[in-house]
Write a protein that binds this ligand. Structure first.
Ligand code: PXG
Length: 465
């Protein structure tokens, strides 16, 4: 048996990693000089690296380990399924019990009237599927001109050609000739950065109405769908003003377009309810799922379809689309066990009713820190904005991301995994985080902010842009 071990000394692992592994979203030359942090094991909300350092994982991996690390039952489910049927496809008029059971379970959990699932291996793949689904849906309804998908700047919908095109990340579009044709973007509902003198409520309406203006500009007959994350995650935990989603829903209802809710981060309890769509009273036609579906224990994603969409696709002949791993039996068995634990242990309810209000209270205290301009949470998503001038909501003269990176490094030094997006600090911990662990998170975040403040003051970085 191949034994994958951590017993090589850390520098040896780092050297091999640098020699043979290109990392996602990483400047690999720079990383090779520093050496990667190598994670050895994890339990609950805690990670341990190969030097034995224990860190609180404020990011649940990459927004996905909702039930926390170390659940033996998921390992058992995977091993059992691998012994029974490690692989079979769902093409060619075949199916298998794990994918059937998972689909039925998801149909029960999904919003009313959404009872069919198409599987992918990841969120990116699922969003690629959604592009083809939405366009094929309109073609099947005799409206093949309805092709354009409207998304938002600073959205994240994945890293494939389709996913990155739907996303609104300028740095991603700058590489590889993106976006692909037929995808266009409107502005995001990011009041802190872009709201200027407007109230959040007025700003939320203004941003939502850009959708209506874009539909008018393109012509309703050309628009297939609008896609959005209920709360932007990778964009910086951007919680939209309360006016935003009701207005988006009104516009989608008034026009003949599909609404795709990308729940890859928000789904499975992250916002305090099962779906971000519940939290914001959104009625989507397609929901993108991944991450929390398996709590990251196995790669799996998918699209949950409104019944009318699924029926139209089914009636439209063969949908020429699918992946080798669509509905992979091991991933499906793991996801099913994850959902059983989320439901039976009432993890979503506990997160929404106990952990989320506690995090909201403790996180809001960070707003008293001299560096912090805004500290907001929704469910177990939290973001805070660092600024050299709270009243003006100003950015730093050093440019976005410099102070964020300093703070991120201090977080690591204080054994807290907290990410930065520009100069916003964000967390998305496992849903099972306890009040005591939230206290620890806040204590470490506060210390990192203090250290960041001291360093940037001494280095003259506390200047307004
Ligand atoms: N949609 C959303 C809303 C996501 O957050 C994807 C789709 C793509 O899923 P896959 O499984 O293909 O990665 C995501 C993924 C970050 C970061 O830096 C966020 C994601 C992935 C990688 C990095 O915050 N989200």
């Amino acid at each position: 048996m191949t034994v994958i071990s951590n017993h090589l000394p850390t520098p040896a692992l780092q050297a091999l990693d640098a020699a043979h592994h290109l990392h996602p979203f990483t400047n690999d030359a720079e990383l090779a000089r520093k050496g990667a942090r190598i994670i050895a094991r994890a339990n609950g909300v805690m990670l341990t690296d190969t030097d034995g350092v224990e860190m609180l994982d404020g990011m649940a991996g990459l927004w996905c380990v909702n039930i926390g690390y170390g659940r033996e039952e998921l390992a058992e489910a995977a091993a059992r399924q691998m012994r029974e049927l490690p692989y079979y496809n769902t093409f060619f008029q075949t199916s298998h019990a794990p994918v059937i059971a998972l689909s039925a379970r998801l149909a029960g959990l999904a919003p009313e009237g959404m009872t069919k699932v198409f599987y992918a291996g990841s969120g990116s793949e699922a969003n690629d599927t959604n592009i083809r689904l939405a366009r094929h849906y309109w073609a099947a309804k005799g409206k093949p001109q309805k092709q354009v998908i409207i998304s938002r700047r600073n959205a994240y919908h994945g890293s494939t050609m389709g996913g990155a095109s739907l996303g609104g990340m300028a740095a991603m579009h700058a590489q590889g000739g993106l976006p692909i044709a037929g995808i266009t973007h409107i502005d995001q509902p990011h009041w802190y950065a872009e709201g200027g003198e407007m109230s959040p409520e007025a700003f939320g309406l203004e941003r939502a109405r850009q959708l209506e203006a874009k539909i008018a500009e393109l012509g309703e007959g050309r628009v297939a769908a609008f896609i959005a994350e209920p709360v932007q995650g990778a964009g910086g935990v951007i919680i939209p003003p309360a006016t935003y989603w009701p207005e988006i829903q009104r516009i989608c209802d008034a026009h003949e377009i599909l609404l795709i809710a990308d729940e890859v981060i928000c789904g499975f309890g992250r916002t305090g309810n099962w779906w971000g769509c519940d939290t914001f009273a959104i009625r989507p036609d397609i929901i993108t799922i991944a991450k929390g579906l398996s709590s990251g224990y196995a790669p799996i994603g998918g699209s949950i379809l409104r019944d009318e969409v699924a029926e139209t696709i089914a009636a439209g002949g063969e949908f020429s689309h699918g992946y080798t791993y669509s509905g992979h039996p091991v991933a499906a068995a793991v996801a099913l066990e994850n959902l059983r634990i989320l439901e039976e242990e009432k993890i979503v309810e506990q997160a929404g009713q106990v952990a989320a209000p506690y995090l909201a209270r403790r996180w809001s205290e960070l707003a008293d820190h001299p560096l912090v301009g805004e500290a907001r949470t929704l469910g177990l998503l939290a973001g805070l904005q660092m600024t050299p001038d709270k009243a003006a909501r100003a950015g730093f003269a050093a440019g976005p991301g410099k102070v964020g990176m300093i703070c991120r490094d201090f977080c690591f030094a204080n054994h807290l995994v907290m990410r930065h997006v520009g100069d916003r600090m964000i967390v998305s911990p496992p849903l099972i985080i306890t009040k005591g662990q939230i206290d620890l998170l806040i204590e470490r975040a506060w210390r990192a902010l203090d250290q960041t403040y001291a360093v940037i003051r001494d280095e003259g970085l506390l200047k307004v842009a």
